[in-house]
Design a protein around this ligand. Structure first.
Ligand SMILES: Cc1cc2nc3c(=O)[nH]c(=O)nc-3n(C[C@H](O)[C@H](O)[C@H](O)COP(=O)(O)OP(=O)(O)OC[C@H]3O[C@@H](n4cnc5c(N)ncnc54)[C@H](O)[C@@H]3O)c2cc1C
Length: 443
């Protein structure tokens, strides 16, 4: 049996290309780790071939590209043969032992999980919205769609999870979870994840969800992408998490390649609601862990209603029709005109951030990246330019109507119907016409 001899790749020797040195100062000499370069009177390098190890540092640093690697004709022949052999050989992806261990660990994780957020048993709608996109991800991956319910009792949330598409619920039920507390909930959630190893975990980007997801991801040392506006699976099976970045000016797609689970938060109303089917059934996995009340520093003493949510409070995120005003409305008082239109249509008034900053409308009416994400049947944008940070909050609307006197305004690029004109003429005219039609119908 003959042993195949491995041909050694020639390294070459650094040498000066005559006439190219610009005597920049002794940069090449300073870069050489083997002290193989001396400078002559003209400021050119003299390379000691005995000391040179062909590390290329002098070649890289030379601003005049005056140093090259020299190969003998025999060495050039060997290089050509090696290249030929490389081209003919099938490409084998080399994987290090560390990489192989990471991949093996990642492959232990299976399934898509959605956290069911609730306030004393009243579910947050975003949880069911996440089951819609969760079902698509689970189908693409060929895995189960499950929910995580943590609370006191909560049997009804298990049933609702099945109705919205989950096939399994991981339930942690105990009086200690009656009210949300970061510490109790993240410990319970991490316990479940470590035991059952889901590959994807989705959480609503609400105040509670952001708090919980951050704590869980930190504890598990895994990736978390906040405020995703798009979720999909790539051809390698990774979760593609798309979200606005750099102030909303670009959409970034983020991957969690080396850790599991892949965690994302998604804002309410970004994903469509799946169909509910109360006849669906599923499996409940009951779990518990020994937590003692005295181990937790935070105690819930009293729940106080948010005082800002008085009679004036309007939840634009839940509205089916939104008449929204921008800086083009020019003054706070002019919003009464939009309120009239909203009243005629049975909708609510929203606004851009410029309006909130001007103090014309309260912040809870703001639509956009730093405001609410809305998903109405009709969104009417009046005097709004259509900055990307505003558009990300409304692009899921069924119909977008834009009124702007500047025909170049970016809002027209996303509008279903665009009207180039003055809001102060058009809005009253539309209100008048609606009233006329209504009166006509009544008579
Ligand atoms: C990190 C970050 C986050 C942000 N988050 C948000 C956010 O959540 N929501 C948000 O809205 N913005 C947000 N912004 C601000 C955003 O970039 C814009 O500055 C803002 O949306 C502009 O508001 P606007 O369209 O009302 O005002 P302008 O851009 O000033 O537009 C006013 C429009 O009114 C039109 N107009 C004027 N007069 C009339 C008239 N008589 N009739 C008809 N049209 C008229 C003009 O042609 C113009 O197009 C954010 C910015 C940053 C950097």
């Amino acid at each position: 049996m003959t042993e195949e001899k491995k041909i050694k790749r020639p390294r070459g020797i650094a040498r000066l290309i005559p006439g190219k040195c610009i005597a920049c100062g002794d940069r090449c000499q300073g870069a050489c780790p083997k002290n193989a370069i001396e400078m002559n009177d003209k400021g050119e390098p003299i390379i000691d071939v005995q000391k040179c190890t062909s590390c290329r540092k002098c070649i890289k640093i030379c601003p005049a590209e005056a140093i090259e690697l020299y190969y003998t004709p025999e060495e050039l022949k060997i290089l050509a043969e090696l290249e030929k052999a490389k081209a003919a050989a099938p490409e084998v992806e080399e994987v290090s032992a560390e990489e192989a261990a990471t991949l093996a660990k990642i492959n232990e994780y299976k399934g898509v999980w959605v956290f069911v957020e609730h306030t004393e048993g009243v579910p947050a709608t975003v949880s069911w919205e996440l089951l819609g996109i969760g079902a698509e991800l689970a189908k693409t991956r060929g895995v189960e769609l499950c929910t995580v319910v943590i609370g006191d009792g909560m049997q009804h949330l298990c049933q609702e999870s099945f109705a919205y598409g989950a096939s399994k619920v991981y339930l942690m039920a105990d009086p200690i979870y009656h009210y949300y507390r970061t510490e109790t909930y993240y410990k319970a959630f991490c316990f479940l994840i470590e035991k059952y190893k889901p590959e994807i975990v989705l959480v609503g980007a609400t105040g509670l969800g952001r708090d919980l997801a951050g704590a869980v991801a930190t504890q598990l040392a895994t990736g978390l992408t906040a405020d995703c506006t798009g979720l999909a699976i790539d051809d390698k099976g990774f979760l593609l998490q798309t979200r606005p970045a750099f102030g909303g000016n670009i959409m970034a797609t983020i991957l969690t390649e080396r850790t599991r689970p892949q965690m994302s938060t998604v804002r309410p109303r970004v994903m469509p609601m799946p169909e509910k089917d109360d006849s669906r059934k599923g499996e409940i996995i009951r779990e518990s862990m020994p937590l003692k009340e005295e181990d937790f520093a935070v105690k819930i003493i009293e729940i106080i209603e948010d005082a800002t949510r008085g009679d004036e409070y309007v939840d634009v995120a839940a509205a089916d029709i939104i008449v929204s005003g921008g800086r083009g409305m020019q003054a706070k008082d002019n919003f009464s005109m939009l309120q009239e239109l909203a009243d005629e249509l049975g909708g609510v008034v929203g606004c851009s951030r410029a309006v909130v900053e001007a103090g014309w409308m309260p912040v809870e009416r703001q639509v956009g990246q730093t405001g609410k994400t809305v998903r109405p049947k009709i969104y009417i944008a009046c005097g709004i330019s259509g900055a990307i940070q505003h558009l990300v909050g409304l692009q899921q609307s069924d119909v977008i109507i834009a009124i702007n006197r500047d025909k170049q305004a970016p809002i027209f690029e996303v509008a279903t119907y665009g009207i180039v004109g003055d809001v102060f003429e058009l809005v009253p005219a539309i209100v008048k016409r609606i009233r006329e039609l209504r009166n006509k119908r009544a008579n």
